[in-house]
Design a protein. Structure first.
Length: 631
């Protein structure tokens, strides 16, 4: 094929691939925000009227708030600004943290912000599936009121099936979910268009003035309404967290051409219908449809809300892997589910934890209306953290001027502080729950970070410099030299690995070729193959090897070593022994952490997946030598 034809083929293939990813993102990334019309306007009107008749000014003001939240937060903040702040293709709070650390170093306050934002995202990730599926299943009661006792059991059954399907991976799920959600957005747009001229005065909601007037004329009660209409942008944070699964461009195209127009038409249509018939405020979304279509619409909404849960589940997998790679959580088993999209992964343990938490929430709250009181605090908190971290990135990474950075982010911060304050009014009604979950996760992550630092210091105590050891064994008559290759994995490349010391002490054996292998994680999501391995020859027997993985890379040590063949790292997998230092921990007499925190750390060490599996070492070539550390 000539270069001209090859180039034409690539240019023709690229749009098709982008279009396919855009459709997939509609099914995965936008499921959550795409089902908000089911309850956002309903909850806003209920908060404004307390079950009474909806006033015209209230309806237009609330629809205006809905539209402008979509414009300011979802469109301007996330689609226009934050999606630009990718860390080599990956998004999420921890990507912003990594970008900030590149220019500001390991600042403690920066780490705390990243940990808090991550914890709040997980708090949101357990609420979204619960409220989404509950709200859809509750729609059946509009047709069959006697179905009410079965809402919770059916919801739990659907959630179990949803989480069981995660092992198929994002690619397989998006192929199914993408076309379904395209049809869902088309249906919402069509329903909105049908009713949008019921009362054309609804077009006044395109102006921010009615929304601002509502907030300033209704005093403290406006905060409650603001906390309800905020439901329209729950899921906006998934646009950024899921970027590694689909890419920036497909997510933007899907928002501009499909998602935002459909959401705007739906809210305008619902508002116009309520203006013409205030009685429809009780459930405006479903009442837009003719009575004879309700069974089909409820069934479709149920499917759409099941899909809606996918956005945060997928995001939770991405964020969990980043947290593991950055040393915020213990190692977990990670499955890669796509040969073309590296960011598409499945984490069995995280999947199980999310399922248990979601089922507990459904049983505890029992309805989407009750869950709506708990919804929002975690999301607004996470959005605020994102804005603060974005300030660091815009000002110090992108080198924006201080006036420009403040001019863009301060108004967004003010809006998000108002949203957070509005949602805090629901604290005693259930809003405490996501904050409690987030606080627990913050405690877990900071305990893991602190415990690892203590262990690192204690491991260095009494250690022998590697160069000293090499010199002492060079002419020793007590050490027997044998054929073969030994790989010693260690976190401290300057000192002799404990496994090497144990092997020399107990077996008096030294292999012909010894590699001291240190695995590190970069702030970048991916490390090019050419930069992944660095070697340093110490003598004819010892070589120091540094392997650096991106925090989104699969930490496959044998594969990295094979790639390093050009650097002189020659080994045959079946004649190589991998020596691992297996640490066991016990309570020290004088611990540097409080007793409860030490016990928590010890419990977490037992949950970490074993190093050979995590680093993809061949099980029949691994030798583990023990070391006990008091902490």
């Amino acid at each position: 094929m000539s270069s001209v034809h090859a180039g034409a083929a690539r240019s023709a293939a690229r749009p098709a691939s982008t279009a396919a990813l855009a459709v997939g993102s509609v099914g995965v990334v936008y499921g959550d925000i795409g089902t908000s019309p089911l309850y956002a306007l309903r909850e806003g009107l209920h908060a404004a009227t307390h079950g009474g008749a909806a006033q015209r000014g209230d309806v237009i003001g609330i629809v205006s708030l809905l539209l402008w939240l979509l414009i300011l937060i979802a469109t301007f903040k996330y689609v226009v600004l934050i999606l630009r702040a990718d860390n080599r293709g990956e998004g999420g709070t921890l990507s912003l943290l990594a970008l900030g650390q590149k220019v500001m170093g390991q600042r403690h306050w920066l780490l705390i912000l990243g940990v808090v934002g991550t914890a709040l995202f997980f708090g949101d990730a357990i609420i979204t599936p619960a409220i989404s599926v509950l709200s859809a299943v509750e729609g059946v009661t509009l047709i069959v009121p006697a179905f009410d006792p079965y809402v919770v059991p059916v919801t739990i059954g659907i959630l179990i099936c949803l989480f069981a399907a995660q092992r198929r991976g994002t690619e397989g799920i998006s192929r199914l979910f993408g076309p379904i959600m395209l049809a869902w957005f088309a249906l919402m747009a069509a329903m909105g268009l049908i009713h949008i001229f019921d009362d054309p005065t609804i077009f006044r909601a395109f102006s921010p003035v009615p929304g601002v007037q509502y907030l300033f004329t209704h005093g403290a009660s406006a905060l409650v309404v603001l906390g309800s209409v905020f439901l329209a942008i729950t899921g906006a944070e998934a646009l950024y967290a899921d970027m590694g699964h689909f890419g920036r461009q497909p997510i933007r195209l899907a928002w501009i051409f499909v998602v935002f127009p459909s959401l705007a038409l739906s809210y305008l249509g619902q508002g116009a219908m309520v203006l013409s018939d205030p009685s429809t405020a009780s459930n405006p979304f479903f009442l837009m449809a003719p009575t004879w279509t309700l069974p089909g619409l409820v069934a479709f909404a149920t499917v759409a809300t099941i899909i809606a849960s996918q956005a945060v589940i997928t995001g939770a997998f991405s964020v969990a892997r980043q947290a593991v790679q950055l040393g915020l959580l213990p190692r977990m088993e990670i499955h890669h589910t796509s040969e073309t999209q590296h960011g598409q992964i499945y984490i069995p343990r995280m999947n199980a934890i999310l399922l248990v938490c979601v089922v507990v929430l459904v049983l505890a709250f029992g309805s989407s209306a009750n869950l709506a009181t708990a919804y929002g605090i975690a999301v607004t908190g996470e959005m605020l953290v994102t804005t603060i971290l974005a300030f660091v990135v815009f000002r110090y990474v992108w080198k924006w001027s201080m006036p420009l950075t403040l001019a863009i982010l301060v108004p967004l911060g003010v809006v998000e502080i108002a949203l957070f304050a509005a949602n805090m009014t629901k604290f005693l009604e259930g809003g405490y729950m996501p904050l409690a979950v987030a606080a627990m996760l913050v405690m877990v992550m900071l305990t893991w970070v602190r415990g690892n630092r203590i262990v690192q210091v204690k491991s260095r105590a009494g250690s022998i410099p590697l160069n000293t050891l090499i010199g002492s064994v060079a002419g020793s008559q007590n050490v027997r030299h044998v054929k073969g290759t030994a790989m010693f994995l260690t976190a401290e490349p300057i000192v002799a690995p404990p496994a090497l010391l144990h092997n020399l002490k107990h077996n008096q054996v030294l292999h012909a070729h010894n590699y001291i292998v240190t695995v590190a994680t970069s702030n970048a999501p991916h490390v090019p193959a050419a930069d992944m391995v660095v070697t340093e020859n110490l003598n004819d027997t010892f070589t120091r090897v540094f392997i650096t993985f991106g925090y989104m890379d699969d930490p496959n040590v044998p594969r990295a070593l094979r790639m390093a063949g050009k650097l002189g790292v020659k080994f045959e997998i079946m004649t190589t022994s991998f020596f691992i230092n297996r640490r066991s921990f016990k309570l020290a007499e004088h611990s540097q952490m409080p007793g409860w925190q030490t016990r928590l750390y010890l419990a977490m060490t037992k949950t970490a997946s074993n190093a050979p599996a995590y680093y993809h070492l061949p099980p029949n070539r691994v030798i583990e030598l023990g070391q006990q550390i008091g902490i």
